[in-house]
Design a protein around this ligand. Structure first.
Ligand code: HEM
Length: 499
């Protein structure tokens, strides 16, 4: 009897799971999927195929709007520019994606990206002012000095040497810069030793974000708790970040007031709640400031969101420049002042319009984040396609597809051509170029990222030319991680006096 009951229960459970998670109840185009894995196996994601290829292949078969099921994660991909305008301008209907929140809150609890509602507003009111224009620009010399250290490292290798570790070198540079900018902390990544305990812990921790794409958060949470490597990484990160916080709190009030003008950690720590317990008794809407735990969450989020995205973009920049020597020559010409010298002062820097176009073109051609997600807070109908959506639906916006869609660009989007932003494509539709997302949840670090990238590329172009290392080692391709990284970058670095 017991066996029969158990069998019936199991059958009902399987039918329920199939109905709830693996059956499409909509008229939105989709590809038939596997009973348990949905479209995960046919997408090739588990075999190393990256999201840009997956979205391209599904769009070719199903059009601009379709349903995709990746294991337990079900989403509706929307690639129609008019529908996107509607989505991004109706923040009360399309809020931060639950998918994003679920994955990231396991690795970055209390970080802005994982919050919604009143708590999001409280954190945003503290974190957004940290990225003001003046604060960002005060880092000009610091970014130049760090880039010079990288150039010094390159000077010691022969000009025939093919550098195949550009991605790692870009990560080292950005971690060094971001450590100083954010926390006055030296990650010590550019002096060849690379054995900083926090750097290693951070790399291990970011690795777990990638696991989250394919694992339900319950399993990911269990894995993080059980894996000694993950536990060690979390403890190390916590210890270091709390120590940085304490150091800041030990500064004199005068010094903290002064440091607040430029330092990110000083501003964050200044928001510390004086009486955490009293704040806890208030409603979320009335609360002010951040708890220690929340400051820690924001520090970790800045590190994760800020360093990997920017370093990936820099690696793409070096790869694409090596393939386009004409673009390098134009940047160098723009850097030249009236005395025939490469000039890099903050004033001259602002006039580098062509370089601005190059940075935009890199982000259009190879956006490091492939998509952003929104979740519906109520039922809604997309105005252009007429598709009916329901509360709780996950909408995936495939950034990487829109920026290469020939319908939306006057000049062939498969061409790497920075000048497009000076001419025909200058007035492109804003919803087809979204490297930093859009609407109320767009990237808060985008001005800092653009500034860092522009200063670094300008400094590099003052001294070196990147030479294509050949089709075997410099083939590009996509490597799917937390960001979309170039898979093969192999370049020679010539110091210009040698050419
Ligand atoms: C090239 C570099 C970067 C790229 C391509 C990038 C891209 C993105 C994208 C696509 C989003 C999601 C936006 C949306 O959902 O609409 C995002 C969110 C975010 N980014 Fe960036 N990012 C970069 C650099 C940075 C930096 C330097 C920081 C700061 C330290 C940062 C902090 C954040 C934060 C806090 C969010 C969450 C915002 C929210 O949820 O409201 N990012 N970023």
């Amino acid at each position: 009897m017991f066996v029969v009951l158990a069998f019936v229960f199991l059958c009902l459970l399987v039918l329920y799971v199939k109905y709830k998670y693996f059956t499409s109840h909509r008229s939105i185009p989709s590809l038939p999927g596997h009973f348990l894995f949905g479209n995960l196996l046919q997408s090739g994601l588990l075999r190393g195929v990256a999201f840009p290829q997956v979205y391209t292949s599904f769009k070719d078969q199903l059009g601009d709007i379709y349903e995709i099921k990746l294991g337990f994660l079900h989403g509706i991909v929307v690639g129609d520019k008019d529908d996107l305008q509607h989505i991004f301008s109706h923040r009360h209907i399309y809020d931060q994606g639950d998918w994003m929140v679920e994955i990231l809150s396991v690795v970055i609890p209390d970080g802005l990206i994982t919050l919604k509602g009143a708590k999001f507003k409280r954190h945003a009111s503290i974190t957004m002012p940290l990225f003001r224009h003046g604060k960002i620009r005060s880092n000009f010399d610091l970014i130049i000095n760090c880039t010079d250290e990288l150039l010094n490292n390159w000077r010691s290798s022969s000009s025939d040497h093919i550098h195949c570790d550009i991605l790692q070198q870009c990560q080292n540079l950005l971690l060094e810069i971001f450590g100083f900018i954010s926390f006055d902390y030296d990650f010590d990544t550019l002096r060849g030793t690379n054995n900083n305990e926090l750097t290693q812990a951070l790399r291990d921790h970011i690795g777990t974000v990638e696991l989250g794409f394919y694992m339900p958060s319950l399993l990911l949470n269990a894995y993080l708790k059980l894996s000694p490597k993950c536990r060690r990484a979390r403890t190390t990160i916590k210890q270091h970040l709390y120590r940085m916080m304490e150091q800041e709190l030990n500064e004199t009030p005068e010094s903290r007031a002064q440091r607040k003008k430029t330092s990110l950690i000083a501003s964050l720590v200044a928001s510390l709640q004086i009486d955490e317990q009293a704040e806890e008794r208030k409603s979320e809407e009335e609360r002010k400031g951040l708890t220690r735990r929340e400051i820690l969450g924001e520090m970790l989020m800045f590190l994760i969101a800020g360093f990997e995205t920017t370093s990936t973009t820099l690696a793409w920049a070096i790869h694409l420049l090596s393939k386009n020597s004409g673009v390098q020559q134009k940047i160098k010409a723009e850097l030249m002042n009236e005395n025939g010298h490469h000039d890099l002062t903050l004033d001259h820097f602002d006039s580098l319009i062509y370089l601005d176009c190059v940075i935009k073109e890199i982000l259009r051609f190879s956006p490091p984040i492939d998509s952003v997600v929104r979740t519906l807070t109520m039922d809604d109908c997309l105005p252009n396609s007429g598709i009916q959506l329901y509360k709780g639906d996950q909408i995936i916006i495939p950034i990487c597809i829109l920026s290469r869609d020939p319908r939306y660009w006057s000049i062939d989007p498969e061409l790497f051509y920075p000048e497009r932003f000076l001419v025909e494509d200058k007035n492109h539709n804003p919803y087809v170029f979204l490297p930093f997302g859009s609407g109320h949840r767009q990237c808060i670090g985008q001005d800092l990222a653009r500034f860092e990238l522009k200063v670094i590329v300008a400094r590099l172009m003052q001294y070196v030319t990147f030479i294509d290392g050949g089709p075997e080692v410099n083939a590009g391709g996509h490597l799917q991680g937390a960001t979309i990284m170039p898979k093969y970058v192999g370049i020679k670095i010539k110091f210009d006096s040698e050419i």
